[in-house]
Design a protein around this ligand. Structure first.
Ligand SMILES: O=P(O)(O)OC[C@H]1O[C@H](O[C@H]2O[C@H](CO)[C@@H](O)[C@H](O)[C@H]2O)[C@H](O)[C@@H](O)[C@@H]1O
Length: 277
């Protein structure tokens, strides 16, 4: 199984560096839509078959494997079976939380989160949110999901204005995503989280794979890291729902099955590489 070739020169150079010097490479992944297929109920999301095993085999071959997700870190660990991946780090809630070796670090949520928690049900009633609209309370943030309504895009359009107004009053950030609008604390995003982690590890190369609008900040971070001499490869887990990432990515694969295949090909290439030295 050969590793698919990125279609950009920068991406191809980063892949070559990653394969030549894996011990200085960071492999970073989003969770939903990238490692786990999108499902109607967020509580049913699980890693695509084979993904966790491939991550576990890749982890000792590279500097670090890190998951950067909008999910609470503990939930991503549970849904992804990530406690079976030695050395993995999970940066949850867009980088506010850090899970590593079974320990979770998280700051207190800002007071605006409580305000949103208190007001959101009444706001949805007042604006006739359709049947199927669902509030996901993530402790540090709240997400309003419309995937299970009869017309998810129309429901998002209906709620976008009122949710933005509430977020402003609560001094929170609006994070749009796949059939979801999240109200979350400002001051951190996946780009800042990725930059901090790559710098902490002193990596010479980074691969970042994502599928949703929240991953664009990480793509921006990869571009900035290139300017600082870190070889960067962006991978889009492609879908019909979000096209903005495919336009920016060095490599586009076919959703979580494509990501799983990419992991397998990387692992096979690294395992078969002759020892260096
Ligand atoms: O950063 P991610 O790991 O991609 O997490 C982003 C959000 O993903 C989840 O919602 C999305 O996946 C659900 C399950 O497939 C799907 O039902 C929903 O429509 C998607 O928006 C999650 O529920 C959010 O908390 C995450 O922030």
């Amino acid at each position: 199984m050969t590793v698919p070739r990125p279609h950009t020169a920068e991406g191809a150079a980063a892949l070559d560096r990653l394969l030549a010097e894996p011990s200085t490479a960071v492999l970073a992944f989003d969770f939903d839509g990238t490692l786990a297929p999108i499902v109607a109920d967020p509580r049913d999301a699980r890693a695509y078959p084979g993904v966790t095993t491939e991550l576990a085999r890749l982890s000792p071959l590279v500097a670090s494997v890190v998951i950067i997700t909008g999910r609470p870190a503990g939930l991503a660990v549970e849904y992804g079976g990530l406690d079976g991946v030695d050395g993995v780090v999970v940066l949850g809630q867009y980088g506010r939380e850090r899970w590593e070796a079974g320990r979770l670090e998280a700051p207190e949520p800002p007071p605006g989160v409580r305000l949103v928690r208190d007001e959101l049900p009444e706001l949805l009633r007042r604006h006739d949110a359709p049947e199927g609209t669902w509030i996901e309370d993530k402790g540090h943030a709240l997400a309003v999901h419309t995937r299970r309504t009869p017309a998810p895009e129309a429901a998002l359009t209906l709620l976008r204005g009122p949710l933005t107004e509430l977020a402003e009053r609560a001094e929170l950030t609006v994070e749009p995503g796949r059939m979801v609008i999240e109200l979350r604390p400002p001051g951190m995003d996946k780009g800042a989280a990725l930059t901090r982690f790559v710098t902490e590890r002193g990596a010479a190369s980074v691969l970042y794979a994502g599928d949703d609008l929240g991953d664009l900040a990480a793509f921006d971070a990869v571009a900035a890291l290139r300017g600082a001499g870190v070889a960067g490869l962006t991978v889009c887990s492609g879908s019909d729902e979000v096209t903005a990432l495919a336009d920016r990515a060095d490599l586009v694969v076919d959703g979580p099955p494509g990501v799983a295949a990419l992991l397998g090909s990387l692992r096979a290439a690294l395992e078969s590489a002759p020892p260096r030295g």
